[in-house]
Design a protein around this ligand. Structure first.
Ligand code: UDP
Length: 263
Protein backbone atom coordinates (compact mmCIF):
# COMPACT_ATOMS: atom_id res chain seq x y z
CA UNK A 1 0.00 0.00 0.00
CA UNK A 2 1.50 3.32 -1.01
CA UNK A 3 1.17 6.57 0.85
CA UNK A 4 -1.07 9.38 -0.25
CA UNK A 5 -0.57 12.17 -2.70
CA UNK A 6 1.59 15.20 -2.79
CA UNK A 7 0.28 17.58 -0.15
CA UNK A 8 -0.47 17.73 3.57
CA UNK A 9 1.60 14.70 4.36
CA UNK A 10 0.31 14.00 7.86
CA UNK A 11 -3.31 13.94 6.69
CA UNK A 12 -2.60 11.81 3.64
CA UNK A 13 -0.52 9.33 5.58
CA UNK A 14 -3.79 8.19 7.05
CA UNK A 15 -5.26 7.63 3.58
CA UNK A 16 -5.31 4.12 2.18
CA UNK A 17 -4.95 3.92 -1.52
CA UNK A 18 -2.92 3.15 -4.57
CA UNK A 19 -0.95 5.25 -7.02
CA UNK A 20 -1.80 4.01 -10.50
CA UNK A 21 0.37 5.31 -13.36
CA UNK A 22 1.07 8.42 -11.32
CA UNK A 23 -2.50 9.11 -10.15
CA UNK A 24 -3.62 8.61 -6.57
CA UNK A 25 -6.79 6.58 -5.99
CA UNK A 26 -8.29 6.19 -2.51
CA UNK A 27 -9.29 2.75 -1.27
CA UNK A 28 -12.71 3.64 0.12
CA UNK A 29 -16.13 2.00 0.24
CA UNK A 30 -19.40 3.92 -0.24
CA UNK A 31 -19.88 4.08 3.53
CA UNK A 32 -16.37 5.40 4.07
CA UNK A 33 -16.91 8.00 1.37
CA UNK A 34 -20.02 9.23 3.20
CA UNK A 35 -18.10 9.42 6.47
CA UNK A 36 -15.37 11.44 4.73
CA UNK A 37 -17.96 13.84 3.37
CA UNK A 38 -19.37 14.31 6.88
CA UNK A 39 -15.85 15.07 8.10
CA UNK A 40 -15.24 17.56 5.28
CA UNK A 41 -18.45 19.41 6.01
CA UNK A 42 -17.76 19.47 9.76
CA UNK A 43 -14.24 20.75 9.10
CA UNK A 44 -15.41 23.47 6.68
CA UNK A 45 -13.06 24.81 4.01
CA UNK A 46 -13.16 23.43 0.47
CA UNK A 47 -12.64 19.76 -0.36
CA UNK A 48 -12.47 18.57 -3.93
CA UNK A 49 -13.58 15.03 -4.70
CA UNK A 50 -12.79 13.28 -8.00
CA UNK A 51 -14.42 10.21 -9.54
CA UNK A 52 -11.33 8.67 -11.11
CA UNK A 53 -11.49 6.10 -13.91
CA UNK A 54 -8.89 4.81 -16.42
CA UNK A 55 -9.74 7.62 -18.87
CA UNK A 56 -8.78 10.13 -16.17
CA UNK A 57 -5.48 8.36 -15.57
CA UNK A 58 -4.56 8.40 -19.26
CA UNK A 59 -5.63 12.05 -19.64
CA UNK A 60 -3.55 12.96 -16.58
CA UNK A 61 -0.40 11.52 -18.17
CA UNK A 62 -0.46 14.26 -20.79
CA UNK A 63 -2.00 17.02 -18.70
CA UNK A 64 0.15 18.10 -15.77
CA UNK A 65 -2.50 20.49 -14.43
CA UNK A 66 -5.11 17.74 -14.34
CA UNK A 67 -2.64 15.33 -12.71
CA UNK A 68 -1.76 17.87 -10.02
CA UNK A 69 -5.43 18.50 -9.30
CA UNK A 70 -6.14 14.79 -8.88
CA UNK A 71 -3.09 14.30 -6.70
CA UNK A 72 -4.04 17.10 -4.34
CA UNK A 73 -7.79 16.36 -4.24
CA UNK A 74 -9.21 15.56 -0.81
CA UNK A 75 -10.63 12.29 -2.10
CA UNK A 76 -10.17 10.31 -5.34
CA UNK A 77 -12.93 7.74 -5.66
CA UNK A 78 -12.19 4.48 -7.50
CA UNK A 79 -14.86 4.93 -10.18
CA UNK A 80 -13.93 2.31 -12.76
CA UNK A 81 -13.55 -1.44 -12.71
CA UNK A 82 -10.24 -0.99 -14.58
CA UNK A 83 -8.75 0.65 -11.50
CA UNK A 84 -9.61 -2.33 -9.30
CA UNK A 85 -8.00 -4.61 -11.88
CA UNK A 86 -4.92 -2.38 -12.11
CA UNK A 87 -4.51 -2.27 -8.33
CA UNK A 88 -4.56 -6.07 -8.24
CA UNK A 89 -2.01 -6.34 -11.03
CA UNK A 90 0.25 -3.87 -9.21
CA UNK A 91 0.04 -5.92 -6.03
CA UNK A 92 -2.27 -3.57 -4.11
CA UNK A 93 -5.98 -3.58 -3.54
CA UNK A 94 -9.04 -1.39 -3.96
CA UNK A 95 -11.92 -2.99 -2.12
CA UNK A 96 -14.88 -1.55 -3.95
CA UNK A 97 -15.79 0.43 -7.03
CA UNK A 98 -17.33 3.70 -5.88
CA UNK A 99 -19.04 5.42 -8.81
CA UNK A 100 -20.24 8.96 -9.27
CA UNK A 101 -23.47 7.61 -10.77
CA UNK A 102 -24.43 5.62 -7.67
CA UNK A 103 -22.63 8.07 -5.43
CA UNK A 104 -24.99 10.93 -6.31
CA UNK A 105 -27.96 8.91 -5.00
CA UNK A 106 -26.13 7.85 -1.84
CA UNK A 107 -24.89 11.35 -1.14
CA UNK A 108 -28.39 12.72 -1.67
CA UNK A 109 -29.75 10.22 0.84
CA UNK A 110 -27.10 11.23 3.37
CA UNK A 111 -27.80 14.89 2.65
CA UNK A 112 -31.51 14.40 3.30
CA UNK A 113 -30.71 12.86 6.69
CA UNK A 114 -28.12 15.43 7.70
CA UNK A 115 -29.73 18.52 6.20
CA UNK A 116 -26.89 19.23 3.75
CA UNK A 117 -27.75 21.55 0.90
CA UNK A 118 -26.93 20.36 -2.62
CA UNK A 119 -26.24 22.32 -5.80
CA UNK A 120 -26.33 20.56 -9.19
CA UNK A 121 -24.21 22.35 -11.79
CA UNK A 122 -23.75 21.35 -15.42
CA UNK A 123 -25.23 18.88 -17.93
CA UNK A 124 -27.56 20.00 -20.73
CA UNK A 125 -30.28 22.57 -19.92
CA UNK A 126 -33.11 20.99 -17.93
CA UNK A 127 -31.13 17.90 -16.91
CA UNK A 128 -30.02 19.16 -13.48
CA UNK A 129 -33.61 20.26 -12.74
CA UNK A 130 -34.98 16.81 -13.63
CA UNK A 131 -32.23 15.12 -11.62
CA UNK A 132 -33.12 17.31 -8.63
CA UNK A 133 -36.81 16.43 -8.99
CA UNK A 134 -36.03 12.70 -9.00
CA UNK A 135 -33.66 12.94 -6.04
CA UNK A 136 -36.22 14.91 -4.02
CA UNK A 137 -38.95 12.40 -4.95
CA UNK A 138 -36.86 9.57 -3.61
CA UNK A 139 -35.58 11.41 -0.53
CA UNK A 140 -38.27 13.69 0.85
CA UNK A 141 -36.78 16.51 2.86
CA UNK A 142 -33.73 16.72 0.62
CA UNK A 143 -32.75 20.33 -0.02
CA UNK A 144 -31.52 21.02 -3.55
CA UNK A 145 -30.55 24.62 -3.05
CA UNK A 146 -29.88 25.27 -6.72
CA UNK A 147 -29.50 23.86 -10.22
CA UNK A 148 -27.90 25.43 -13.25
CA UNK A 149 -26.57 24.14 -16.56
CA UNK A 150 -24.17 27.01 -17.23
CA UNK A 151 -20.94 26.16 -19.01
CA UNK A 152 -17.33 25.58 -18.01
CA UNK A 153 -16.29 28.75 -19.92
CA UNK A 154 -14.05 30.99 -17.83
CA UNK A 155 -16.17 34.07 -18.67
CA UNK A 156 -19.13 32.49 -16.86
CA UNK A 157 -17.28 31.55 -13.71
CA UNK A 158 -17.93 34.63 -11.59
CA UNK A 159 -21.67 34.52 -12.22
CA UNK A 160 -21.86 30.79 -11.46
CA UNK A 161 -19.81 31.17 -8.27
CA UNK A 162 -22.24 33.89 -7.17
CA UNK A 163 -25.22 31.57 -7.75
CA UNK A 164 -23.66 28.76 -5.71
CA UNK A 165 -22.65 31.15 -2.92
CA UNK A 166 -26.14 32.63 -2.78
CA UNK A 167 -27.63 29.12 -2.53
CA UNK A 168 -25.42 28.39 0.52
CA UNK A 169 -24.66 24.92 -0.79
CA UNK A 170 -22.72 22.40 1.29
CA UNK A 171 -22.11 19.96 -1.58
CA UNK A 172 -21.64 21.04 -5.18
CA UNK A 173 -21.92 18.46 -7.98
CA UNK A 174 -20.27 19.58 -11.22
CA UNK A 175 -21.14 17.76 -14.46
CA UNK A 176 -18.93 19.26 -17.17
CA UNK A 177 -17.01 16.09 -18.06
CA UNK A 178 -13.36 15.57 -17.25
CA UNK A 179 -10.96 17.35 -17.06
CA UNK A 180 -13.01 20.56 -17.36
CA UNK A 181 -15.09 19.87 -14.24
CA UNK A 182 -11.98 19.14 -12.13
CA UNK A 183 -10.27 22.29 -13.40
CA UNK A 184 -13.41 24.32 -12.80
CA UNK A 185 -13.58 23.07 -9.21
CA UNK A 186 -9.87 23.66 -8.62
CA UNK A 187 -10.29 27.29 -9.71
CA UNK A 188 -13.60 28.01 -8.06
CA UNK A 189 -14.62 25.68 -5.24
CA UNK A 190 -13.07 27.78 -2.47
CA UNK A 191 -14.96 30.85 -3.75
CA UNK A 192 -18.27 28.97 -3.85
CA UNK A 193 -18.51 28.49 -0.09
CA UNK A 194 -19.39 24.78 -0.44
CA UNK A 195 -17.36 22.43 1.76
CA UNK A 196 -17.40 19.68 -0.88
CA UNK A 197 -17.18 19.84 -4.68
CA UNK A 198 -17.47 16.66 -6.73
CA UNK A 199 -16.94 16.23 -10.47
CA UNK A 200 -19.60 13.75 -11.52
CA UNK A 201 -19.29 13.51 -15.33
CA UNK A 202 -22.44 12.05 -16.84
CA UNK A 203 -24.04 11.13 -13.49
CA UNK A 204 -26.76 13.80 -13.70
CA UNK A 205 -27.77 12.41 -17.11
CA UNK A 206 -28.26 8.99 -15.49
CA UNK A 207 -30.14 10.37 -12.49
CA UNK A 208 -32.42 12.39 -14.78
CA UNK A 209 -33.03 9.36 -17.01
CA UNK A 210 -31.58 11.11 -20.06
CA UNK A 211 -28.96 8.36 -20.36
CA UNK A 212 -29.41 4.70 -19.43
CA UNK A 213 -26.98 2.86 -17.22
CA UNK A 214 -25.91 -0.66 -18.13
CA UNK A 215 -28.05 -3.49 -16.77
CA UNK A 216 -27.01 -4.62 -13.29
CA UNK A 217 -25.49 -7.89 -14.52
CA UNK A 218 -23.18 -6.01 -16.88
CA UNK A 219 -22.12 -3.66 -14.10
CA UNK A 220 -21.49 -6.65 -11.81
CA UNK A 221 -19.18 -8.37 -14.29
CA UNK A 222 -17.33 -5.16 -15.07
CA UNK A 223 -18.74 -4.57 -18.58
CA UNK A 224 -20.36 -1.18 -18.06
CA UNK A 225 -17.77 0.33 -20.44
CA UNK A 226 -18.93 -2.05 -23.21
CA UNK A 227 -22.56 -1.06 -22.76
CA UNK A 228 -21.57 2.59 -22.89
CA UNK A 229 -19.66 2.02 -26.11
CA UNK A 230 -22.72 0.32 -27.62
CA UNK A 231 -25.10 3.13 -26.55
CA UNK A 232 -22.71 5.98 -27.36
CA UNK A 233 -20.48 4.68 -30.18
CA UNK A 234 -19.07 8.18 -30.76
CA UNK A 235 -17.07 7.56 -27.58
CA UNK A 236 -14.87 4.97 -29.31
CA UNK A 237 -11.95 7.35 -29.75
CA UNK A 238 -12.00 8.37 -26.09
CA UNK A 239 -12.33 4.75 -25.07
CA UNK A 240 -9.05 3.86 -26.75
CA UNK A 241 -7.76 5.06 -23.39
CA UNK A 242 -8.87 1.72 -21.93
CA UNK A 243 -6.53 -0.62 -23.88
CA UNK A 244 -3.75 1.97 -23.49
CA UNK A 245 -4.35 1.92 -19.76
CA UNK A 246 -4.27 -1.88 -19.64
CA UNK A 247 -1.03 -2.10 -21.61
CA UNK A 248 0.69 0.52 -19.43
CA UNK A 249 -0.38 -1.22 -16.23
CA UNK A 250 0.89 -4.57 -17.48
CA UNK A 251 4.12 -2.92 -18.62
CA UNK A 252 4.58 -1.36 -15.19
CA UNK A 253 4.00 -4.74 -13.58
CA UNK A 254 6.41 -6.52 -15.91
CA UNK A 255 9.22 -3.98 -15.71
CA UNK A 256 8.58 -2.76 -12.19
CA UNK A 257 9.09 0.61 -13.82
CA UNK A 258 8.41 3.14 -11.07
CA UNK A 259 8.61 5.91 -13.65
CA UNK A 260 5.39 4.66 -15.24
CA UNK A 261 3.70 4.85 -11.87
CA UNK A 262 5.18 8.04 -10.57
CA UNK A 263 5.39 10.07 -13.74
N1 UDP B 1 -21.22 18.90 -20.22
C1 UDP B 1 -21.70 20.19 -20.04
N2 UDP B 1 -21.05 21.24 -20.64
C2 UDP B 1 -19.93 21.04 -21.38
C3 UDP B 1 -19.43 19.73 -21.56
C4 UDP B 1 -20.09 18.67 -20.95
O1 UDP B 1 -22.68 20.39 -19.34
O2 UDP B 1 -19.38 22.02 -21.88
C5 UDP B 1 -21.91 17.77 -19.55
C6 UDP B 1 -22.59 16.81 -20.49
O3 UDP B 1 -23.88 17.29 -20.83
C7 UDP B 1 -22.63 15.56 -19.63
C8 UDP B 1 -21.35 15.67 -18.82
O4 UDP B 1 -20.95 17.02 -18.86
O5 UDP B 1 -23.73 15.61 -18.75
C9 UDP B 1 -20.20 14.84 -19.37
O6 UDP B 1 -20.47 13.51 -19.20
P1 UDP B 1 -19.38 12.40 -19.55
O7 UDP B 1 -19.98 11.10 -19.22
O8 UDP B 1 -18.84 12.61 -20.94
O9 UDP B 1 -18.25 12.75 -18.48
P2 UDP B 1 -16.75 12.23 -18.38
O10 UDP B 1 -16.77 10.76 -18.67
O11 UDP B 1 -15.95 13.02 -19.38
O12 UDP B 1 -16.32 12.58 -16.99
Amino acid sequence: MLLGPDSEESFYERRRGVRILGVWVDDVTYDEMLTRLDDFITAGGAHQVATVNPEFVIAARHDAEFRAILNTAALCLPDGVGLLWAARILGCSLRQRVTGSDGVWRIAEQASRRGYRLFLLGAAPGVAEEAARRLCDRYPGLVVAGTYAGSPAVEEEDAIVERVRAARADILFVAYGHPQQEKWLARNLARCGAAVGIGVGGALDFVAGVAMRAPLWMRRVGLEWLYRLWREPWRWRRMLALPTFAVLVLWTRLTGDEQQQAQ
